[in-house]
Design a protein around this ligand. Structure first.
Ligand SMILES: [Zn+2]
Length: 436
């Protein structure tokens, strides 16, 4: 049994932060929350981790990433793509996705897991897009994720853009991974498709039906740029979410990521069918995609999680992006309060992924937590703590990270990954990719 004490404890961003409180952990789970002195007196024989000067909060849930994306950071490009469609067609598909092999995937996975753990992320959902790693690309990732000791939902993005055969292999990759991970403690599977413009209606229905039979969620990239909506209107006479609704695949296990460009009708569909949405503020900026109507979706009662999209994996930076860009878009400093952003990064993110015992530090929840430096330029109060965290913290302030009751970062040092070795491997594989 372990007691972790701290100057401040955030159990759940929707509740008031607790002063001088800590958590008691048994095996993988939080079993009790209480005052620091009270816990120490009650359980004198427990191991005690002293978080004096620190804030304890839930580990982050990165609801959307592409770990292979770290290989593309700094890739030489002669001409920047003109728009989102050109970004995919002329750059991302040929230069990155289609050139990836398993060695590259393994090196990228190890490094991305290190980046996530070091910035307080304890759970992630990953989408692998690498047709030439089929079959077995997910298995190459799984070994690295197990060794890192982080909680991960892994999926392969099935698409017919390289033909029907590759599409089928993508679906089968997810299903065989689902079977193989039945007994894994921290790893699980999800069904995943690309978009309406790369998957036929028959293919979408088939993937949904298989996911449904196996009680798996179904993830799609949705309206990331204007291209998908325009393509659907022109070719199918409907918007993307109208197509999914027409196929009967929209329900509370359906995760639509991005959702940057939504019609009023599509917002209604999301609201009425219980679709979960994931938001990638920084990656939307990177690809020139636009700014998603997230405050409007939250106002409508939609569950929204936050993701890095494999771009900047420090979740403090991702939160800062979500905190700021909507204020600018809506010319309203009152939208997206810090508590809402932190909620998206933890509890709502877990709900978006269908994880029931993750994202809060309350009895019965998994012991997935982080300790961060609690010293700020101005005094910390229970009223300003969420905003102080969003404005002033980043990965370097994360001193300790626990996943399912086990320390993975301690004293600002990652325990499960040799960073120098991981960086060398990533350099080697990035050079191979960039040379294609
Ligand atoms: Zn993505």
């Amino acid at each position: 049994m372990t007691i972790v004490t701290a100057d401040w404890l955030i159990t759940n961003p929707q509740k008031r932060p607790l002063r001088f409180c800590g958590a008691r952990i048994q095996d993988k789970e939080i079993v009790e929350i209480g005052g620091n002195e009270e816990l120490k007196a009650k359980y004198p024989d427990d191991e005690h981790i002293d978080g004096t000067g620190k804030i304890m909060l839930p580990g982050f849930v990165n609801t959307h990433t592409h770990m292979y994306g770290v290989l593309a950071h700094g890739i030489p490009l002669s001409d920047p793509p003109e728009d989102f469609w050109a970004f995919l067609k002329d750059y991302w598909w040929p230069k990155v996705e289609d050139s990836l092999d398993k060695e590259m995937i393994a090196a990228a996975t190890k490094w991305a897991c290190a980046e996530m753990l070091q910035s307080g992320t304890t759970t992630f959902y990953d989408i692998l897009e690498a047709p030439n790693t089929l079959p077995g690309g997910l298995q190459a990732q799984r070994e690295e994720v197990i060794s890192a000791g982080i909680r991960g939902i892994l999926s392969f993005e099935a698409t017919e853009r390289s033909g029907t055969r590759k599409g089928q292999l993508g679906i089968e990759e997810n299903m065989s991974f689902h079977r193989e991970t039945q007994n894994d403690e921290l790893i699980s599977a999800m069904m995943c498709l690309h978009t309406t413009f790369t998957c036929s209606e028959e293919f979408i229905s088939e993937a949904f039906s298989i996911a449904d039979q196996n009680n798996l969620g179904l993830h799609v990239h949705c309206n990331e740029g204007t291209y998908e909506g325009l393509w659907c209107e022109e070719n199918l006479g409907k918007r993307p979410l109208e197509i999914y609704e027409g196929l009967g695949v929209t329900n509370s296990n359906f995760i639509a990521s991005q959702c940057v460009h939504l019609s009023e009708k599509e917002i209604e569909i999301i609201k009425n069918t219980g679709i979960k949405v994931t938001h990638m503020p920084l990656a939307n900026c990177e690809v020139g995609g636009g700014i998603a109507p997230i405050p409007e979706l939250i106002e409508a009662g939609v569950t929204v999680g936050l993701g890095s999209d494999g771009y900047i994996n420090d979740f403090y930076e991702v939160m800062r992006g979500a905190f700021l860009i909507h204020k600018a878009r809506l010319q309203d400093p009152g939208v997206m309060p810090a508590s809402t952003v932190l909620d998206m990064a933890t509890s709502s993110g877990a709900m978006a992924l269908g994880l029931e015992q993750v994202g809060k530090l309350e009895p019965g929840y998994s012991a997935d937590l982080q300790l961060i430096d609690g010293q700020f330029p101005t005094p910390l109060t229970s009223e300003n703590i969420f905003e102080q965290i969003i404005l002033w913290r980043n990965a370097k302030h994360v001193s300790d990270v626990m996943v399912a009751g086990k320390w993975k970062v301690s004293g600002n040092k990652i325990l499960s990954i040799d960073l120098d070795q991981a960086r060398d491997a990533l350099h080697k594989q990035a050079r191979r990719l960039w040379a294609v």
